[in-house]
Design a protein around this ligand. Structure first.
Ligand code: MF3
Ligand code: CO
Ligand code: CO
Length: 249
């Protein structure tokens, strides 16, 4: 939670912009017949071309440069050779570093053209929860509970399951720094954020209940009730009077 220096922030800003662009480009390649491994290969190439460091590869032993989680798998998915098909809901979560400074962002992509109404609600609600969580940041002195509460309000209003056991986090010198940033909580509670702090806000929500399991690969986290899950994430800088999204293209 220690504020980053102006130089560190600038490295995160420049890396974050590249990360946003890469995620957007990858999302356009998520189509029927393409596999998670195909996307991961592209991701590795793009990260290298942008001169960013692929910090997920080898992190705690994670075997790839990107997390790809499909349908009822919600986060930390290991890319596989299984081809995407029309109607799949694919989460891409990419963490990279620029000059050692880490930025983290995730998006949810529907495979096909016209998501059913409940999938629209899931994607729309989770994305809006991220936007509202960011808008809840009023600069120096904002508390983590203010963000958590804003996220929770939106997810509840969209009648989505809120994954309780996974949280957003401080980010920068490493992937996971203090503080935890939960997706539910009370306004006016939790750590106070100083200007210059950088955090990853990442609502994770489902069309069903909140319980999760780790799959047999030891990584992929899936909804216990096999409901569809969505995930959006941005790395955000706390400014004097608001927030700056660092991972927009
Ligand atoms: N990008 C993930 C996050 O948002 C971190 C994944 S760690 C991994 O916190 F080891 F599972 F890849
Ligand atoms: Co992430
Ligand atoms: Co994260």
């Amino acid at each position: 939670m220690t504020p980053k220096t102006a130089q560190e922030t600038e490295w995160m800003r420049q890396g974050g912009r590249q990360l946003g662009r890469i995620l957007k480009e990858l999302s356009q390649e998520v189509k029927p017949g393409v596999s998670g491994k195909d996307i991961a290969g592209l991701a590795a190439q793009k990260v290298k071309e942008a001169k960013l460091q692929p910090v997920l590869l080898g992190y705690d032993g994670f075997p790839d440069v990107i997390c790809i989680s499909v349908n009822d798998s919600i986060v930390h998915g290991v890319p596989t050779k299984t081809r995407f098909k029309e109607g799949d809901l694919v989460k891409l979560d990419l963490t990279v570093a620029n000059r050692g400074m880490v930025i983290d962002s995730a998006i949810t992509v529907f495979v096909g053209n016209n998501p059913p109404a409940d999938v629209k609600r899931l994607i729309g609600g989770t994305k809006k929860a991220l936007d509202r969580g960011i808008s809840a940041i009023k600069g120096e002195g904002t508390r983590v509970g203010d963000i958590a509460n804003a996220v929770q309000d939106v997810l509840n209003s969209y009648k989505l399951g809120i994954i309780r056991d996974l949280v957003g986090h401080g980010v920068g010198h490493g992937i996971h720094e203090d503080p935890n940033v939960p997706n539910y909580g009370l306004k006016g509670t939790g750590p106070v954020l100083p200007a210059g702090a950088t955090i990853a806000i990442e609502p994770m929500a489902s069309l069903g209940d909140w319980q999760i399991d780790v799959l047999k690969d030891g990584w992929t986290i899936a909804m216990r009730d096999h409901s569809l899950g969505a995930h959006f994430e941005h790395t955000v800088l706390i400014t004097d009077d608001g927030a700056e999204i660092l991972t927009l293209a």
